[in-house]
Design a protein around this ligand. Structure first.
Ligand code: 5GP
Ligand code: MN
Length: 332
């Protein structure tokens, strides 16, 4: 019996099921997880969506997102749910360090684990693995998973809206990481009744004034271009976080602006957090920021979009990025 048949057999009887996604969940983490939750609930599974940390308010409009349980807020409730689960879906992450403090509970959990993910180099911690780094998003893979089970006819608008959020956030509204299946999936979701413009509007035209002001600050005062390596950096200090009252999700997408400059092929958004310095890396074409993140910043992700972190001073992390840059970008 192959994986999909075995999972399909598990679907037929209601299970205590947990879906878990990565810390600081983005649109694909939330969208793919909620899409799967809605799907599993049509089989009367008792589905708990666990988030290691809170989700950005932009996703509040999605149905049932407020049923999710946040480990940072109620660790005991999450631990109990994981212990009681006979089926555990791990979505949109490839290594247990992406779920931080929940990792030991997942490692020790008795339930069957199923990974659905599109990041490079997945760690072998799951019983079933649906990993495809050529997929645009985990949402695309959840759609494929649903189709592979033969239950495409169970798709609803609620499922579709959630999955559509994953598709458009991980592809920048179909600008990058797409493949023919991405568009086929979008077409299917639209057929089911998803109002694509409504979702695009909810996601991309929903900034607070302070977020645009923060973007202005980043572009005017915190951007450095390194022309000899076609590179750009934007950094934010702890003080910036206080001055602009930055909260989770407010910095989403800032890094992409650097790549809008003609000739720039690699971009870093480097932020000073309370205990660590976080990096968001983006590149074009053959430059692999995944290798850079993995080799120097204890991170990973995709070839052209990765992230990482360092326990070091902000200035030192910026210096480290500049120092390793020549290894990944040809001098021009
Ligand atoms: P972002 O820059 O938007 O936070 O993340 C870009 C991509 O890199 C995402 O696919 C995300 O999962 C991955 N990523 C971000 N931060 C980390 C990290 O600290 N470790 C690993 N392994 N991947 C990360
Ligand atoms: Mn993703």
């Amino acid at each position: 019996m192959n994986d999909i048949e075995e999972i399909k057999a598990l679907l037929d009887y209601p299970h205590n099921t947990v879906i878990i996604t990565h810390r600081n969940p983005d649109g694909d983490a939330i969208g793919s997880s909620l899409g799967l939750k809605h799907f599993l609930e049509t089989f009367n599974h008792n589905v708990k969506l666990i988030l290691p940390s809170e989700y950005p308010p932009v996703f509040r409009f999605l149905k049932k997102v407020d049923d999710s349980i946040v480990f940072d807020l109620v660790p005991d409730v999450c631990e109990e749910a994981i212990k009681n689960a006979s089926l555990i879906f791990c979505l949109d992450f490839n290594s247990l360090d992406r779920i931080t403090k929940i990792a030991p509970f997942i490692s020790e959990a008795k339930g069957k684990k199923c990974l659905i993910d599109h990041h490079l180099d997945p760690e072998p911690f799951a019983d079933f693995v649906f990993s495809d780094p050529t997929a645009s998003s985990t949402a695309e893979l959840v759609y494929q998973f649903i189709a592979d089970t033969g239950y495409e006819n169970k798709l609803t608008v609620d499922m579709g809206e959630a999955l559509f959020v994953g598709l458009i956030t991980d592809t920048g509204s179909f600008k990058y990481s797409t493949n023919p299946r991405t568009y086929a999936t979008a077409a299917k979701l639209k057929e089911v009744g998803v109002d694509d413009y409504y979702i695009q509007d909810k996601i991309f035209n929903s900034m607070q004034k302070k977020q645009l002001e923060l973007l202005g600050h980043c572009l005017a005062n915190r951007m450095e271009i390194i022309p000899e390596f076609n590179a750009g950096i934007i950094y934010l200090t702890k003080q910036d976080y206080a001055d602009f009252e930055i909260s989770r999700g407010d910095t989403e997408g800032i890094v992409n602006h650097i790549l809008m400059i003609e000739g720039i092929n690699i971009a870093a958004f480097i932020t000073e957090q309370p205990t660590i310095v976080k990096l968001s890396l983006r590149s074009k074409g053959d430059i692999s920021v995944q290798e850079m993140a993995r080799n120097h910043f204890n991170g990973g992700g995709h070839k052209n979009a990765s992230g990482g972190a360092a326990y070091a001073k902000l200035e030192d992390v910026i210096d480290r990025f500049k120092k390793v840059l020549p290894k990944y970008v040809k001098h021009v």
